[in-house]
Every structure is written in C-alpha cells, then in structure tokens.
Design a protein around this ligand. Structure first.
Ligand SMILES: [Ca+2]
Length: 292
C-alpha cells in the first residue's frame, strides 16, 4: 500500500501537463478514502470563544483572528456567532502529510506537529492571546477538532487569568490590587464552591454576593418543570438534561417569550425563568446550566 501510494504521488507531482495532474489527483482522491493516506489529509480544526480581559465574550464583528504559520499570515477569521453553536470562531487548517519526496499539495497546507500562531485584531490593535504566551500551539492530527478559548489581556503572573480581572476582584475584596498572587485559577474564595476561573467565565465576582451562578428548580408540575437562573448581559447560557446523571443532552428552552433555542444570549442582569415540558413516560430528570 505504501509503495503504491508513493508511486502515485511521484506520478502526480512530476507530471508535466497540468491537465494530467488534475486527472491523477482526482483519481487518487477517489481511490484513497483512508484518512491516514497521502496529501491532502482532512482538516485539523480549532475553535472556541474569544474573551476580553474582564471575561466578556467578544461579540460578532468585534475582532478578527489572524492565523499564521511559519511567520506568514495564512488567513483571517472574523468572530461570528453561528446559531446553535457553542463557539464564536473556527479555523480549519488544511493539513499535509509532507511525506518524503513530495511537494505540499496546497500552499496553505500546514504540517501536523509544527508550530502555528494566532493573534487577535481588535480595531487595528493586535493582541497575543494569553493562552498562547507560554508555548506556541502546534498543528494537531488531521480530522481532530480541539477547543481553544482565547483571552485578550495581560497576564504578568502567568496564571492564565487576565490581570485586569484579578485586580478588579482584589479591589472588591479590599486587597491591594497588586496582590495578584492571592488569585489563582483553582482558588475558591466563597462557599459557593466555584473556582476563580469558573467565576471569570461565569462573569460573577466572588466579592459580590448579589451575583451568583446557579440553577434552581422553582416548580415541577405534572406537565412541566420551571427552572430559574441568574444572567449577566451578553453571557450565553445553555441548559442540559439527564435522566441518569451520566448522559447529558442540550434542551431547547425559551426565555421571555423568545423562540425556544438551545442557547440564550442574556439581554440583562436579571433572574430569568423557563418552563420545560416533561417527556412522556419520564419519571425523573436532572438539569444543569452552562455559561460561556
Ligand atoms: Ca494573571
């Protein structure tokens, strides 16, 4: 198999006539459905959210992600928000196996294991996301999808949390705002059990007890369950349901008369509620709330 692939590849890249190249290449694609075969390989995809230094999601159109490889810009990806998706950017990298003696099948192709870089352009100012400051990311295996949430801001104590958010929390707690060491991602400052990193993502501040991330079952009748939770503007919430606490599935829900959806982008700082009907034959159900 390996020999025939190698042979086919030489034929492809040494063929003089462009038409013949196209023909053999097409033939090759048809004959090799195996994902581990020759170039081109399936895309390697990274996706996620982009947050500012206070934890707010960058809205659609608010920034552009610049994808670079070997010190050259490859492509730009605007922040979008695809309905029903739980991320706001996606970069699909063309991958190439770069087997010995072959040429790269596409000038935009990248090689698994090789460094790439991302920067975020906000209004013409370029930022290096905190997540990328320690080690440059590497192109992953073809067909893999990896979530990489990006954070804009300074992180001088290198704990992964933007210093601006840490200072705001220190100020609210009454500590000197230079005491960054007090705030660690895994630290828990309140009895609610949420870590600082979880609070950063949820948008709630430990020092402000009026802001809390919670999900409450307000009422359960024979026909439906009423859930209540607290929202912060522009945070995106989703509700998941389980009957065995092992398998969780997203639930479509409606807030304030809006059409039911699996995601709710909060329009205010408030307590909201939603009614979810029982499924016929169901005897019990568990719910959990997610925020991003
Ligand atoms: Ca920090």
């Amino acid at each position: 198999m390996q020999i025939s692939e190698s042979l086919a590849n030489r034929v492809i890249f040494r063929a003089a006539a462009a038409l013949r190249v196209v023909f053999f290449f097409a033939l090759f694609l048809i004959l090799t459905s195996d994902a581990t075969a020759f170039p081109p390989a399936p895309y390697y995809t990274i996706y996620g959210d982009v947050r500012n230094e206070l934890g707010a999601l960058i809205p659609p159109g608010g920034a552009t992600i610049i994808f670079s490889y070997k010190s050259k810009e490859v492509a730009r990806y605007p922040i979008t928000r695809v309905a029903g998706s739980n991320y706001s950017y996606e970069i699909r990298m063309r991958t190439d196996m770069n087997s010995t003696g072959t040429a790269v099948y596409n000038s935009l192709a990248v090689t698994p294991g090789v460094d790439f870089s991302l920067s975020v352009d906000v209004g013409g100012v370029l930022y290096l996301p905190i997540e990328l400051t320690a080690n440059p990311p590497k192109v992953g295996a073809p067909s893999n999808r990896v979530r990489v949430d990006l954070t804009i801001g300074l992180d001088t104590d290198k704990d992964g949390l933007p210093d601006a958010w840490e200072r705001a929390l220190l100020y609210r707690l009454g500590y000197p705002i230079t005491d960054l060491w007090r705030i660690t991602p895994g630290g828990i400052l309140e009895a609610d059990g949420l870590t600082n990193l979880q609070k950063y993502i949820a948008g709630t501040y430990s020092a402000d007890t009026s802001q809390a991330f919670y999900l409450k079952i307000k009422e359960a009748t024979a026909t439906d369950v009423t859930l209540e939770f607290y929202t912060l503007t522009n945070k995106i919430y989703s509700v998941e349901k389980s009957t065995d606490l092992a398998t969780w599935t997203p639930v479509d829900f409606s807030i304030g008369g809006n059409p039911a959806s699996s995601l709710y982008t909060a329009t205010g700082v408030e307590v909201v509620s939603t009614q979810i009907p029982w499924v016929a034959g169901e005897e019990k159900a568990f719910y959990r709330l997610k925020v991003r």
